[in-house]
Design a protein around this ligand. Structure first.
Ligand code: MTE
Ligand code: MO
Length: 306
């Protein structure tokens, strides 16, 4: 069951002690890990009913094994290099088919919004998964605030382009900026959040500071990091991995054990932290969120619309 009722125990109760100790060390600046903004700021967030009851991965796992090509293609590059990114000030341009377009300061986006702690399964297309305690708010809240115009059908997102601070952008690894998109009903679904932190702390740079998308029933590449633009459109937006390898990465990219990536099976996942000799688990349809989201795709051929 993906949901569990509030209230939950505090992080001190559920976080493996080693993770807390190492996190304290990081906060003390002993290791070369960057935290976004004022590093020690705690985010005051309410627990959410939209959480799994799975045990979260540790802080070290979540912040040390990342995909963020703006900082390099190795899983350890984001932790090493994302500290160079300045995340304050930060503005997000909201444009397209909205009533109140504009450039919004991050503080304005979160002003008056109740942040929630949500423990989501996070499944990357590369067949590894984690359980991550995000802090965030529903994307729908933001979209309702700016006013979605009739006729809008999709939401497009873009990541910052700043090669001086994002060393991976000094090479054409991808066609920068990183781009993603959702159908409007997916974007308005309560499981879709904009996350500004994890484990009660501001978002670490390597995880997409200061604001990133989390769509837990889709492969991780849909969850675009360090967002600077959100556009409402009436046509399906271009997305980075679909542009790169259209036969391997579709627009939908819903987690689906029955639809394999052309170069590997998606039937199982390797749970990070589960141990080197095992830890493979069966992939769940829609990453375990089928009860909540299957209705979005009623009547759709999910093998064609991969
Ligand atoms: N801007 C940007 N967003 C991105 C990526 C990226 O390279 N650049 N990688 C994606 C991929 S492939 C995955 S699996 C997740 C990884 O998120 P995590 O490092 O927080 O676990 O971020 C996604 N968002
Ligand atoms: Mo990924």
């Amino acid at each position: 069951m993906p949901y569990r009722p509030a209230p939950r125990p505090s992080w001190a109760d559920v976080t493996p002690r080693a993770a807390w100790l190492s996190r304290r060390t990081l906060l003390a600046g002993a290791a070369g890990v960057a935290l976004a903004g004022p590093a020690a700021a705690k985010l005051a967030a309410q627990p959410s009913r939209y959480s799994t009851d799975a045990e979260p991965n540790t802080w070290d796992e979540i912040t040390g094994y990342n995909n963020f090509y703006e900082f390099g293609t190795d899983k350890s590059d984001p932790r090493r290099y994302a500290g160079a990114l300045t995340t304050d000030p930060w503005a997000v341009k909201i444009d397209g088919m909205v009533d109140r377009p504009g450039s919004y300061d991050l503080a304005d986006l979160t002003k008056g919004v109740t942040l929630e702690e949500r423990i989501y399964r996070f499944r990357c297309v590369e067949a590894w998964g984690m359980v991550i305690p995000w802090i965030g708010f529903e994307l729908a809240t933001l979209l309702n605030r700016v006013g979605v115009r009739p006729g809008a059908k999709y939401v497009a997102f873009e990541t910052l382009v700043r090669p001086e601070e994002m060393r991976g952008q000094q090479r054409p690894i991808l066609d920068w900026p990183y781009r993603e998109g959702l159908r409007l009903d997916e974007a308005m679904h309560p499981l879709t959040i904009l996350a500004t932190g994890l484990y009660g702390e501001e978002m670490p740079n390597q995880n997409g500071a200061p604001i990133r998308l989390v769509v837990p029933w889709k492969y991780g590449f849909k969850s675009i990091k360090s967002i600077v633009r959100i556009s409402l459109t009436d046509t399906q937006p271009q997305t980075t991995w679909n542009m790169m390898q259209p036969r391997e990465y579709g627009f939908y990219s819903n987690v689906n054990p029955e639809v394999d990536h052309p170069r590997w099976s998606q039937a199982t996942e390797r749970r990070i932290g589960a141990g080197v000799f095992g830890g493979r688990e069966p992939t769940l349809m829609f990453n375990g969120y089928a009860d909540q989201v299957a209705g979005l795709y009623a009547g759709m051929d999910l093998a064609k619309n991969y």
